[in-house]
Design a protein around this ligand. Structure first.
Ligand code: NAG
Ligand code: NAG
Ligand code: NAG
Ligand code: NAG
Ligand code: NAG
Ligand code: NAG
Length: 482
């Protein structure tokens, strides 16, 4: 601006014979405009001619050019926004964006970045059009050739709604997203286990010195440990037992070498590749008392460490099928094993859908969506006489995890390990070592036992620890601090 003012104030012409310089008059040529907002000849400010638009005949106001009041915001002209997208439009755009991310060369070989960027798209679809979450899962499953039964596995009657819930809560662009891409898609490396802050975690310091060991009474208890019965009430005698099609000894099972004629017709007492038929379950249970010498006494107690149900795919299961297996097996244990309580724990197959358990921290109805399961199994344990009244509320309120205080001073602490394993819901808030509160529950129960001088036996279905497959790292880290 400065420069142009100097140059144009005095225009030099180089053509010979003409003026070589022109000096403009000092006063503003007021005749140029008919009207002014100010005094055009004043030298203290610039002239402000009144300008009219010859097209619409509107006069531009002084405020438009008033040097001492420059508008800071244009609040008059429109600032158009795109229309709110319908939920089907959101779905279409989300799919298109993930496809773009999957082929955009800017990501190079960084599949992890592609994966987390795509999860971010999925997260906002889950938040804005949750009804389209399952369609999104199915469409991408089909596009990426992820499964031959995308609709069955990821549609609205199976995992689609669960994926949608998880993504709506998860930190898709952060630690949760990296872990999801590592665990389920193999596209990221596993993030490091996070430093643990256990300040304030324990109510009391570790006893020092440690209490002296209890004096053994010399009395021996008879304890039975059972697990993973996996009853298959849909077992079909004569169906293919040596199948290549998933769960064998089912009407639709086949071996691809002989699709129409079973190579090994399912025997009445079961087969290695099949879940357990009634005949096998009852034969096994009936054999226990005579073999253990407990026909007249029963066991002092029995532990059942989970997995009652067969390995049906989710689409063949239901709440009723889950409850049926619970009712049948617990009733058989009670009647065949005789007196003595059974302390049972939930396995990963004892939920519907399998391997799933949401944290109460989802809040509201979502937090309580497995209440039907915890209420039913708790009531059943109580009905069989194994779970005393004062443990019932604890169990209902803790994912069917509970503590039973036996009269002999032993406490049984049963965990629902689904809250610590690769259950999809556990991929929400993974940077926190105890989103569900399962470790808090265990810590508090152990503290109570320690305070009372009692011993505790912890039971759970999935192995705890750093085995690198089942238990998540951050909760495992906390588990070891106890
Ligand atoms: C300009 O608009 C913004 C938002 O509409 C407002 O926050 C801000 O105060 C305005 N500035 C002035 C100087 O009026
Ligand atoms: C999925 O499989 C089809 C048929 O084999 C193939 O044409 C397509 O490229 C595959 N899609 C992807 C994303 O790999
Ligand atoms: C650790 O946890 C305690 C108690 O919650 C908190 O006061 C402290 O700031 C935390 N320390 C760090 C390093 O985060
Ligand atoms: C079981 O099936 C496999 C192929 O899936 C075959 O190699 C094997 O011989 C079969 N065994 C029996 C006992 O039929
Ligand atoms: C264990 O069971 C036997 C046989 O019923 C019984 O006599 C004994 O008192 C039980 N022991 C305890 C500690 O409950
Ligand atoms: C995730 O963690 C944050 C912070 O600890 C907590 O406020 C929030 O409720 C958690 N959300 C879920 C779904 O667990």
């Amino acid at each position: 601006m400065w420069l142009s003012a100097v140059v144009f104030a005095s225009v030099a012409a180089l053509v010979s014979g003409q003026l070589s310089a022109y000096t403009a008059p000092g006063a503003f040529p007021t005749s140029l405009y008919a009207k002014y907002y100010n005094n055009p000849t004043a030298t203290s400010e610039q002239p402000q001619p009144i300008i009219a638009d010859p097209v619409n005949h509107k006069v531009f106001p002084y405020s438009l050019t008033d040097p001492s009041h420059i508008p800071q915001n244009d609040t008059i002209d429109p600032n158009p926004l795109p229309p709110v997208a319908s939920s089907s439009k959101l779905l279409e755009q989300a799919i298109a964006q993930v496809k773009s991310i999957s082929v955009n060369p800017i990501f190079g070989t960084n599949q992890c970045a592609r994966c987390q960027a795509s999860l971010e798209v999925a997260k906002f679809l889950a938040l804005s059009a949750p009804d389209q979450g399952p369609n999104f899962a199915v469409a991408l499953c089909e596009h990426f050739n992820y499964s031959s039964s995308c609709e069955t596995n990821y549609g609205s009657l199976n995992l689609g709604p669960i994926f949608t819930q998880v993504l709506s809560f998860a930190d898709a662009g952060g630690y949760d997203g990296q872990l999801i891409c590592a665990q389920f898609l193999g596209l990221c490396s596993y993030p490091d286990t996070l430093p643990l802050n256990i300040t304030g975690w324990f109510a009391k310091p570790k006893p020092n010195p440690l209490p002296a060991p209890k004096q053994p009474s010399g009395e021996r208890l008879k304890v039975l440990h059972l697990s993973d019965l996996h009853i298959d009430p849909r077992f079909a005698n004569g169906a293919e037992a040596n199948c290549t099609s998933g769960l064998c000894c089912r009407e639709n099972a086949y071996n691809k070498l002989s699709p129409h004629t079973p190579l090994l017709p399912a025997p009445r007492f079961g087969y290695f590749l099949c879940d357990s038929p009634y005949s096998l379950i009852t034969a096994v249970l009936e054999a226990i008392p005579p073999l253990a010498g407990t026909e007249t006494t029963g066991f002092n107690f029995t532990l059942y460490t989970g997995d009652l149900l067969a390995h049906d795919p989710n689409n063949q299961q239901s709440r009723a099928y889950t409850e049926y297996s619970e009712v049948v097996l617990f009733d058989l244990l009670k009647r065949v094993l005789g007196p003595g309580p059974v302390y049972a724990t939930l396995g990963n197959h004892d939920s519907f859908p399998v391997d799933i358990a949401p944290s109460y921290s989802l809040g509201g109805e979502l937090g309580q969506q497995f209440g039907w399961l915890y209420d039913h199994i708790t009531a059943l344990w109580n009905y069989e006489g194994w779970l005393p009244e004062d443990s019932v509320e604890l169990s209902r309120a803790h994912y069917a995890a509970y503590m039973v205080k036996r009269t002999d001073g032993l406490r049984i602490i049963s965990l629902n390990t689904n809250l610590c394993t690769s259950n999809y819901f556990n991929y929400i808030n993974t940077s926190h070592p105890d989103t569900s509160g399962m470790m808090r529950f265990l810590t508090d129960e152990l503290q109570d036992a320690e305070d009372a001088g009692d011993r505790a036996w912890i039971i759970g279905h999935v192995v705890s620890g750093w085995d690198g497959s089942n238990s998540l790292f951050n909760p495992t880290n906390l588990f070891y601090q106890m």
